[in-house]
Ligand binder design. Structure first.
Ligand SMILES: Cc1cc2nc3c(=O)[nH]c(=O)nc-3n(C[C@H](O)[C@H](O)[C@H](O)COP(=O)(O)OP(=O)(O)OC[C@H]3O[C@@H](n4cnc5c(N)ncnc54)[C@H](O)[C@@H]3O)c2cc1C
Length: 389
């Protein structure tokens, strides 16, 4: 039996989240601490305290770690509400990359690692990074991983260079992917390591100047220079990093869809309001069919995106991996929502490209969504391979 009804309690919580974001978080969208490199950590902490006071912090965390243990479908409803402002998920501690990192750590970290590296992130006290992408190695194809780890039975020594590492500057929980070289002690191959930011050997070269500014501390270029880690720094089993990355990616790419759906709805609401009041050729522009069709296309896209997300969530809540369906969702939703944002810019006319409204920021921030957690082409490549198999 398929049921699209949102339970009354969840609907009430969704409305509470949306109102919290509108009343308490939206005013920070013009805060100077929302910089070209994203919100500063100081701003993040201020927002986190607002969410904490409303009991809206890290609601997705497992119950045993202080959260509500939301299902994927429940997350879809609440994250969409949080996404009304790009700062909403930051406040509620359900933004990337922390949200996906918390999910992964809750699945594979051992109890000591949970206490040291996960609990402070869940509490909103520190941030985390997932360092995989490399200028000359891992990207769309993570198997190209170049960063190497050697192991002498006691210590790992990591060397390599990464970029586009979100939140690198100032993050304290670091998940690093490196290729474990052949050794007599552990299986070789892509492996995850867990360590503290600031460990000698982690060199943050710079923060990149990018189009988007919704991720705390932006995106870093990082070098590992003889980064020496003890055996206990191993996260999960050696040689299993690509499997763990998949474990993280299927839900993480869906949560991006959920949050951006909320942002696209916001853009649509601004465009609709504009279309009702701005006049041209003797009537409100919304009464010109050309404009109403743009807004109708948006409404259709938003609805389709929501259903696609919910379906993948439904599968995952039944215990399925839903890799194929989450790939379909990521490819479809990221392309469609970007078109929604673009049409909103168009409806707004010249002010659409200015910061008179938040639509311009949503449009720029959303562009990157088509690239991370698998660019559209890579998802289509995977979908194509599956159907042609
Ligand atoms: C805002 C943002 C935040 C990010 N944060 C992180 C982070 O925190 N940690 C991290 O490790 N990485 C992060 N990334 C990196 C992201 O994971 C990569 O950008 C992504 O995996 C693509 O890799 P690439 O950039 O190297 O592109 P490439 O792999 O070089 O791809 C370039 C182009 O080739 C296309 N292509 C590749 N394979 C195929 C194929 N089989 N068929 C058709 N076309 C193909 C791609 O679609 C793309 O258009 C982030 C990226 C962005 C934009």
């Amino acid at each position: 039996m398929i049921d699209f009804e949102i339970p009354a309690e969840l609907a009430a919580e969704r409305d509470r989240v949306r109102q919290f974001v509108i009343d308490r978080i939206v005013p920070f969208e013009r805060d100077p601490r929302l910089t070209q490199h994203g919100p500063t950590d100081e701003l993040r902490q201020e927002l986190v305290e607002l969410a904490r006071a409303e009991n809206l912090l890290t609601v997705q965390a497992p119950v045993e770690l202080g959260g509500r243990g939301l299902t994927h479908a429940e997350q879809a409803v609440l994250y969409e509400a949080a996404g009304w402002s790009t700062l909403g998920p930051v406040a509620m501690n359900c933004a990337a990359p922390d949200e996906g990192n918390m999910y992964l750590l809750s699945k594979i970290a051992n109890p000591r690692q949970v206490d040291q590296f996960l609990a402070p992130v869940i509490a909103g006290h520190q941030r985390s990074v997932f360092a995989m992408t490399e200028p000359d190695g891992a990207g769309s194809d993570p198997a190209q991983l170049c960063t190497e780890a050697t192991f002498d039975g006691e210590n790992f020594v990591l060397n390599g260079r990464k970029w586009l590492i979100t939140g690198a500057n100032g993050a304290k929980t670091w998940i690093i992917m490196a290729r474990l070289a052949p050794n007599p002690h552990l299986p070789e191959g892509p492996t995850l390591f867990l360590t503290e930011g600031g460990t000698p050997g982690i060199v943050i070269e710079r923060t990149m100047n990018t189009m988007d500014r919704n991720y705390v501390a932006g995106h870093g270029v990082v070098r590992f220079e003889n980064l020496t880690l003890p055996r206990e720094a191993l996260l999960g089993a050696a040689g299993q990093a690509l499997r763990y990355a998949q474990l993280r990616l299927a839900p993480a790419r869906l949560t991006h869809c959920m949050r951006w759906l909320g942002a696209a709805e916001r853009a649509q609401s601004i465009a609709v309001a504009h279309a009702k009041t701005r006049t041209a050729f003797g009537k409100p522009i919304g009464e010109h069919q050309g404009v109403s069709f743009l807004l109708a296309d948006n409404e259709i896209a938003l609805h389709q995106c929501r259903l696609t997300i919910w379906h993948a969530c439904w599968l995952m809540d039944r215990g399925e991996k839903a890799r194929h369906e989450s790939s379909i969702a990521k490819a479809f939703v990221s392309e469609e929502l970007f078109k929604v944002a673009d049409r909103c810019v168009q409806v707004l006319g010249g002010i659409g490209i200015s910061d008179e409204t938040v639509v311009e920021m949503i449009f720029r921030d959303m562009r990157a969504f088509r690239l991370y957690d698998g660019p559209t082409e890579v998802h289509k490549y995977a979908i194509g391979r599956k159907i042609l198999r």
